[in-house]
Design a protein around this ligand. Structure first.
Ligand code: SAH
Length: 415
């Protein structure tokens, strides 16, 4: 394997466990990145030549190499088989049923590879040239381990373009069903298979769905950005009285209606196909209110330069959602923007509550489920936050009761 040497001092992050090498950290005087082809195996060394690990290079990407081993080992069939088997055995330990994110990229020491499992149906998201080049090997390994009935390669992920990979299409192999049956927390959700979003279902909210549902007995629920009803349907299954689902996707809402009916036959269900912000304003203007309001938007902050605008969108959304929460009810606010920290989201909720004179009791701060393991040295792999806040309405401040003279008298009487 060729050598990719880092500049002096640029080995610190990788030595602390991080897996990414940025192109400005490579000593291109010694080894020009153009010497490498996309996906090629290299040994990464510090400026003095001592080995940091093995990586695959992409000379066209800002992240020019991703470490996949701490010794000298190419990303070959043996390594991939060991890593995928390892990821599988963790999931089998965590879950009784075969419905989970089987591989979560860097968190599973498999940079650039995500696989979701719906029993015998798999969805792949490949986001690096290195993994794309090894797609057939990965398929073979997965066939040996799981023998899937169908595989979908979701090439719609925007991150692929950063690696010079084709974006926009989904490719299917095998017998792809019309819809997926997803078992989560003892509930079967139906989700679109071929025309779904991302990999078909959002497993990352599993624990948060369950925690939220635990509060739901007798509640009227509003599930905004519902997709197929992850939050609302779990609440219905746990004794909620009614649910309104809001999403911009008609296909997702059709699943909500079916999932709702299967979990809570005959209990009231409304599906609103609308922009979430408009729907929240509309519900408010119709005097509607709820015991539980969940907001789970797509990432508003995708890149650092979107931070300010995205933060404002979170502020507006949380403010609007909070207006619909009844006294003593719960706001369930999520963010999947990695760049919005847990503290940021808490502050967003705090400000919205302060403006509406609500005492905010944070009772739960959740994260992505355990099948999305965080790489401890890589904050980039921790992205999901979910806060559950009980909202107690406080009396408005009264008009000032005392004149200055009165307060002077009070001060006198205290002396
Ligand atoms: N809450 C879901 C996951 C939500 S994914 C769960 O727990 O499983 C985000 C959803 O937001 C998608 O279904 C998408 O269709 C929807 N969406 C995106 N932008 C929207 C908008 N402006 N208004 C309403 N829905 C939107």
């Amino acid at each position: 394997m060729k050598k990719l040497q880092l500049k002096r001092g640029e080995d610190r992050r990788a030595r602390a466990g991080h897996l990414w090498i940025f192109s400005n950290e490579a000593d291109t005087g010694k080894t020009p990145l153009t010497d490498f082809s996309a996906g090629e195996d290299v040994i990464v060394t510090d400026s003095r030549g001592s080995v940091i690990g093995s990586a695959c290079v992409n000379p066209h990407s800002l992240i020019c190499a991703r470490i996949h081993a701490r010794n000298c080992q190419p990303m070959d069939a043996d390594l991939l088989r060991a890593r995928i088997s390892d990821a599988l055995s963790l999931r089998q330990r965590l879950f009784h049923d075969p419905y989970y994110r089987l591989v979560f990229g860097e968190g599973d020491f498999l940079p650039g590879l995500v696989i979701d499992r719906y029993d015998s149906h798999l969805t792949f998201q490949i986001t690096t040239a290195a993994m794309e080049a090894r797609r057939d090997i990965i398929s073979e390994i997965v066939h040996d381990l799981i023998a899937p009935a169908s595989v979908c390669f979701d090439n719609t992920v925007a991150a692929r373009s950063l690696e010079g990979l084709e974006t926009g299409s989904r490719l299917f192999e095998g017998n792809v069903p019309d819809e997926l049956h997803v078992l989560e927390n003892g509930i079967t959700y139906i989700a679109p298979a071929k025309d779904g979003q991302k990999t078909g279902y959002f497993y990352d909210q599993r624990d948060n769905h369950r925690l939220c549902a635990g509060l739901a007995e007798g509640c009227d629920v509003l599930d905004v950005f519902s997709y197929v009803g992850g939050f609302g349907v779990a609440c219905m299954k746990n004794g909620a009285s009614s649910c309104v689902y809001v999403d911009s996707s008609a296909r997702a809402l059709a699943c909500c209606a079916r999932n709702h009916e299967a979990s809570a036959p005959g209990r009231p269900c409304e599906c609103l196909q609308s922009d979430a912000f408009d729907a929240l304003k509309d519900l408010r203007s119709h005097g509607r209110s709820f015991d539980i309001v969940s907001i789970d938007p797509p990432a508003f902050i995708k890149r650092r330069k979107d931070y300010k605008e995205g933060l404002n969108a979170y502020r507006r959304l949380n403010y609007l959602a909070l207006q619909l929460v009844r006294d003593g009810g719960f706001l369930v606010t999520s963010s999947c923007s990695q760049l919005l920290s847990g503290d940021d989201l808490r502050r967003v909720a705090a400000t919205a509550c302060a403006k509406q004179n609500i005492h905010p009791r944070l009772i739960y701060a959740g994260r992505q489920g355990m099948d999305h393991p965080v790489h401890c040295a890589m904050p980039e792999t921790a992205y999901l936050k979910c806060l559950i806040i009980q909202c107690t309405h406080q009396p408005r401040p009264e008009a000032l009761k005392y004149t200055l003279k009165d307060t002077g008298d009070m001060a006198d009487s205290l002396q």
